[in-house]
Design a binder for this molecule. Structure first.
Ligand SMILES: O=C[C@H](O)COP(=O)(O)O
Length: 249
């Protein structure tokens, strides 16, 4: 049975004091929940949050990592550094990285490899732009993102990945993918994995939905057969909303 996961991507929000306040609220609220819960703060706060969450089941992730392991790459943060401060997950290929920082599938495949080589779980993001959906190219786009970003992995590494489907038109817009749209794409991604590897691998990988997921729509989305949880942006910044989403299974 694959993991149910609710991950909160805080993006570039909160200072240290605010970050610790949020995580302390989550720590107290986190009782008897079905999903794995992951918080994904900005780099400077990871270590303090890992320490604050000692003895808590809540895990900590990072929002990005370098394609390189170490060296003269000013401003970069490597997967091994993230591992050393207690991160367990890394978001790779978020659409904001793809669009604002021109990240391409090829480099993202290197980031995925860096994560896995350092014992971190990549949360690999894919998803189409509105114009790509409107021109009926959404399956083709997502297929190339998955194919080029993930499918160079061996089967044993592939099963250690998590995928997040985030239609770009749904991110931060208040427009959520309909249950039919979400299920259709998640099933498509799972079928791609089955075709490339096998059904057992496909059935073991958690595929999260992201894009204006909130306490009101989470239950319906998480009840879909191929949706294994969510990558939550805006609604992860308030403990009450994030825990309500986590309680939606
Ligand atoms: O990583 C999270 C996604 O970009 C979703 O963001 P959102 O929940 O604010 O739409």
């Amino acid at each position: 049975m694959r993991d149910k996961i609710v991950a909160g991507n805080w993006k570039m929000n909160k200072n240290l004091e605010e970050a610790l306040q949020l995580v302390n609220e989550l720590k107290v609220a986190n009782v008897d929940l079905t999903p794995k819960i992951i918080v994904i703060p900005s780099f400077p706060f990871i270590n303090s949050i890992v320490n604050t969450l000692e003895n808590s089941p809540i895990k900590v992730g990072a929002q990005n990592c370098s394609t390189q392991d170490s060296g003269a790459y000013t401003g970069e943060v490597s997967a091994s550094m993230l591992k050393s401060v207690g991160a367990q997950y890394v978001v790779v290929g978020h659409s904001e990285r793809r669009s604002y920082f021109n990240e391409q599938n090829e480099g993202l495949a290197e980031k995925v490899n860096q994560c896995l080589s350092n014992g971190l779980t990549p949360i690999y993001c894919c998803g189409e732009l509105l114009e790509e959906r409107e021109s009926n190219n959404h399956f083709k786009i997502v297929e190339s993102q998955i194919n080029e970003g993930l499918f160079n992995l061996s089967e044993s590494k592939m099963i250690d990945t998590v995928i997040a489907y985030e239609p770009v038109w749904a991110i931060g817009t208040g427009v959520t993918a309909s249950p039919d749209q979400a299920q259709e794409m998640h099933a498509f991604i799972r079928a791609l994995i089955a075709q490339k590897y096998n059904q057992q691998v496909a059935d073991s990988i958690s595929i999260l939905y992201g894009g204006s997921c909130n306490p009101k729509n989470a239950k319906e989305l998480f009840s879909l057969p191929d949706v294994d949880g969510g990558l939550i942006g805006g609604a992860s910044l308030k403990s009450v909303d994030f825990m309500a989403i986590a309680n939606s299974f």
